[in-house]
Design a protein around this ligand. Structure first.
Ligand code: SF4
Length: 348
């Protein structure tokens, strides 16, 4: 077992756009009991010493006292990439020190925007200045691998405001940046506000223009796009997410976690099985999202069960290549990145 994801479903407040499994208003007792349960599950895993990536996501993991999990994991040195997602309000010296002592060596800070008006409507509870101070605190605590998340396509974001967000983000000296396009998830406060006509989503073209501006600004700062929504300085790509996209196994613990071990999939603690062929298709194709793309030679070598599909996949991939959506054999072009899901759907 090389990769572990642990989910923490606790937040200070629910953000307007968020449909992830998480709850606001938890008690310290509930968080403590949850951590005890997670620590027990970690202790029951085989060979945690072989882990090469650990990812604590949420939610806001740092709302919990993570010491019992750190004890169960006993991470030593930097051979294991250990990421924790952090809300800017949690970037306090005593919390950061505990994370560092616990073996955490990579911080992903949820910033989302550098526009205070946007942050307010998002319900983020922090200002842009607080997000910047949080990132500096992360650096001051000694984290040499740190990045932020941003959301493109928020209602009413002007070109100017987005440019300012990107400029202030780049100014921080990021190692990594995730830029997600806003999705209007059903039953969120965002969805309700759009239905009531209080907020208007930008056109697809306007949202794509923001993604393009992000790509250009981050490239200028030395961050290369290595997956549709992810940019990193060379050597700072998220190894955990790359492992998932490359088709490796990963254990998922926690109420909102997904996992993949052999033919077993876990989602929020519920196990289901897939067939060998479904398993191979999933593992083989997800690397299309990354800069490495899909190599049919690799597929043939690692998943012989897919051999009968390869002639049809070759034909489909060549078709998309002629349309300018793929290059080489086979990686997404910039235009292809906008329609990756449709390409995957066609292949599957
Ligand atoms: S976006 Fe993050 S912080 Fe906000 S509600 Fe969702 S999980 Fe919690």
């Amino acid at each position: 077992m090389n990769n572990l994801y642990v989910h923490f479903p606790f937040c200070r407040a629910k953000c307007a756009y968020c449909a992830l499994y998480s709850r606001a208003g938890s008690t310290p007792e509930a968080r403590r009991a949850y951590c005890e349960r997670m620590a027990e599950q970690i202790a029951a895993l085989d060979a945690t010493s072989s882990l090469t990536t650990i990812y604590f996501g949420g939610g806001s993991p740092a709302l919990c006292d993570l010491s019992s999990l750190f004890d169960a994991l006993r991470v030593r040195g930097n051979d294991c990439e250990f990421t924790v997602e952090l809300h800017p309000l949690d970037a306090q010296p005593q919390i950061l020190e505990k994370l560092m002592i616990g073996g955490v060596n990579r911080i992903s800070l949820g910033v989302q925007s550098m526009d205070d008006d946007v942050l307010k409507v998002m319900g983020r509870l922090h200002t842009a200045a607080e997000a910047e101070a949080a990132f500096r605190a992360v650096r001051a605590a000694g984290f040499a691998n740190a990045g932020i998340d941003l959301i493109a396509g928020w209602p009413g974001t002007t070109t100017e405001s987005w440019r300012t967000t990107l400029a202030r983000a780049v100014e921080l000296g990021l190692d990594h940046c995730s830029v997600y396009t806003l999705i209007r998830e059903p039953k969120t406060r965002l969805d309700l506000a759009v239905r009531r006509g209080e907020l208007a989503l930008p056109s697809d073209d306007a949202a794509l223009a923001q993604i393009d501006a992000a790509r250009a600004a981050l490239a200028e700062a030395g961050l290369v796009r290595y997956e549709i929504s992810n940019y990193a300085r060379p050597g700072y790509e998220c190894r955990h997410n790359l492992a998932v996209w490359r088709g490796e196994d990963y254990v998922g613990l926690g109420d909102g976690a997904h996992g993949r071990i052999g033919l077993v999939r876990t989602a929020s603690g519920v196990e289901t099985s897939v067939t060998s062929e479904e398993d191979a298709v999933e593992r083989a194709l997800f690397s299309l999202r990354t800069r490495e793309g899909v190599s049919l030679e690799r597929v043939a070598r690692l998943w012989p069960i897919l051999a009968p599909r390869l002639p049809a996949w070759h034909e489909t991939l060549e078709f998309f290549k002629r349309q300018g959506l793929l290059q080489d054999a086979y990686r997404l072009t910039q235009r292809g990145a906008e329609v990756c899901d449709s390409i995957l759907a066609e292949l599957i």
